[in-house]
Design a binder for this molecule. Structure first.
Ligand code: NDP
Ligand code: BG6
Length: 513
């Protein structure tokens, strides 16, 4: 790295998390405030925003839950958690104490109308004390069955509408948004009875990852890639979201979800949309989300025969990860010993439009796989004629590394130095760390910041959530009625053999297998 580049990288690392303009003053009310997500992700994200001048100097964070806590015990519970488990780095005691002064707790029952009347009064008090201008952000971080009841209560208490024409009210709804098409439609109608779509932010944290947003810049901020981004040059696309972790402490949720609801319906289909969408005319919420929706609507629906051939499910058995023995899914705490929940899904998708006709998209996601990697890999066609007789020429790969080694890599063929024509594959790499230094922001911080600025570009819209469920629903139904032989992959592997066969049948192979 040249001294000039090193200087620039240092400056970027120091500056790139600061916000030029803070958000409006606001009260942020988090439902489910005693929960795991709040401690691990939301409070650290808000602390990060506050310490980088991204939140207005006047704000309040009010945790709502049933557990008995005072303002002080809520502050110390979140303070302990941020020091123990957060990714925001060392916590500065002075900054934490400034931040903690803005934290407060509200004990209430989620279904109780009186609790919401008291909440109205508490918010009015915070508005007066702290000059919040009546702006409110509600964050639903409860188990999903409570989203509907909380939204209805907010509507009844008059909290879903802005108090005056200068203030705003927004709501962030955690995933999963529904558990099938019917429940997603039902939840959309509950939401839209109390809120206008423009107030609603359905969160998918994958869209807040810098590398996922960078797909838009990579594709539409450069002129050299887009001409190649179609069936004439691309042979197929592979999308992998692989975890080494198992179900951890979330079995009660995961047992009712499985990998298709937990990862495919949302995160993985978001990635498919970002790779496959047409260029929006402008970078705004309507234009970007319109184009993403068209991709979901172009994915060929699965019939029963296609499901049995093109969609693979799996569940991990006991195995070894990074040298340590780990138990089978069925032996995890709170998992049924005969559980039929899938911890792995792979599928082959067809996108029926002019750009992608005939280009397979292979997707997969699973827990307890061989290593943690999320990536989008684009395989280009083989060179049409190879003049170097007897030499093995590999087609090019373009790989977008979403995590953990964030960046983009292009592989191509190069001549080895020396008198003979020897050819080897080399890569040209861009990594976030080298180019921009170590500073990065969590996806939750990015999305909270966007929502507070009123930018819904990276949030899901009612129509696209339903389009994703339309695709997934027939698979859920087919699986419900068909036998399954689990476990069918050992922890630490790359999933069941059938997932490998999906590509082998087409003369291809997963990049990792
Ligand atoms: P938790 O299970 O920790 O629940 C959050 C809080 O909801 C609890 O602390 C509890 O607070 C309250 N609650 C109300 N009724 C129940 C109930 N029947 N069982 C358990 N808790 C209840 O959830 P998470 O924090 O893990 O997740 C919150 C939301 O975010 C969920 O919808 C989840 O799907 C989603 N999500 C979570 C992720 C994670 O990593 N944790 C990742 C992505 C999405 P109290 O009893 O005090 O009212
Ligand atoms: C969450 C899923 O949405 O995403 C989890 O509920 C999964 O099961 C997680 O582990 C993966 O996110 P990331 O950012 O670690 O890839």
């Amino acid at each position: 790295m040249s001294p000039e580049t090193a200087d620039l990288t240092q400056t970027l690392a120091a500056d790139n998390l600061q916000c030029a303009i803070p958000t409006d003053p606001a009260a942020i009310v988090i439902f489910g405030a005693s929960g795991d997500l709040v401690k691990r992700k939301l409070i650290p994200a808000l602390y990060d925003l506050a310490t980088h001048a991204c939140l207005a100097p006047r704000y309040a964070i009010l945790g709502f839950a049933r557990s008995p806590m005072t303002d002080d015990s809520f502050r110390s519970a979140t303070g302990d958690a941020i020091r123990r488990i957060s990714e925001v780095g060392p916590v500065d005691p002075a900054r934490w104490s400034d931040f903690a002064r803005c934290l407060a707790y509200f004990q209430g029952e989620y279904h109780d109308p009186q609790a919401y009347q008291k909440l109205v009064a508490r918010l009015a008090e915070l508005d007066r004390e702290r000059g919040l201008g009546g702006n409110r952000l509600f964050y639903l971080s409860t188990p999903p069955e409570l989203y509907g009841p909380v939204i209805e209560q907010l509507g009844r208490a008059g909290l879903s509408r802005p108090a005056n024409d200068k203030s705003w009210v927004r709501i962030i709804i955690e995933k999963p948004f529904g558990r099938d098409l019917a429940s997603a439609k039902n939840l959309n109608s509950v939401v839209l009875r109390s809120f206008d779509e423009s107030q609603v932010y359905r969160i998918d944290h994958y869209l807040g990852k810098d590398t996922v947003q960078n797909l838009l810049v990579f594709r539409f901020g450069n002129s050299i890639f887009e001409p190649l981004w179609n069936r004439n040059y691309i042979n197929h696309v592979q999308i992998t979201a692989a975890e080494t972790l198992g179900v951890e402490r979330r079995a009660s949720y995961y047992e009712t979800a499985g990998a298709i609801r937990d990862m495919i319906q949302n995160h993985v289909l978001q990635l498919v949309s970002m790779v496959a969408m047409e260029a929006p005319a402008i970078f705004d919420a309507t234009a970007v989300r319109n184009e993403k929706l068209k991709v979901l609507q172009s994915i060929r629906p699965y019939g029963p025969e296609a499901i049995s051939k093109l969609v693979v499910r799996g569940q991990y058995g006991a195995g070894t990860i990074a040298g340590a023995a780990v138990p089978a899914y069925r032996q995890e705490p709170s998992v049924k010993p005969d559980s039929r929940t899938e911890t792995f899904v792979a599928a082959k998708l067809a996108i029926d439009n002019w750009r992608w006709a005939g280009v397979p998209f292979y997707i997969r996601s699973g827990k307890r796989l061989n290593r943690r990697v999320s990536e989008i890999a684009i395989r280009f066609h083989r060179a049409p004629h190879v003049m170097f007789r007897g030499r093995n020429i590999s087609p090019n790969w373009m790989v977008v590394n979403i995590q953990p080694d964030e960046g983009i890599s292009l592989s191509f063929e190069a001549k080895l130095p020396g008198p003979e024509m020897k050819i080897r594959t080399v890569t040209m790499d861009f990594t976030y760390k080298e180019a921009f230094g170590p500073g990065s922001r969590s996806a939750y911080a990015t999305l909270l910041n966007d929502c507070m600025r009123g930018d819904a570009t990276l949030f899901d819209r009612a129509d696209s959530v339903e389009a994703a469920w339309t695709l997934v629903d027939p698979i859920l139904q087919a699986w419900q009625n068909s036998p399954v032989s689990f476990p069918n992959y050992p922890a630490g592997s790359w999933g069941p053999q059938e997932a490998m066969d999906l590509l082998v049948r087409d003369g291809q192979a997963w990049r990792f297998s």
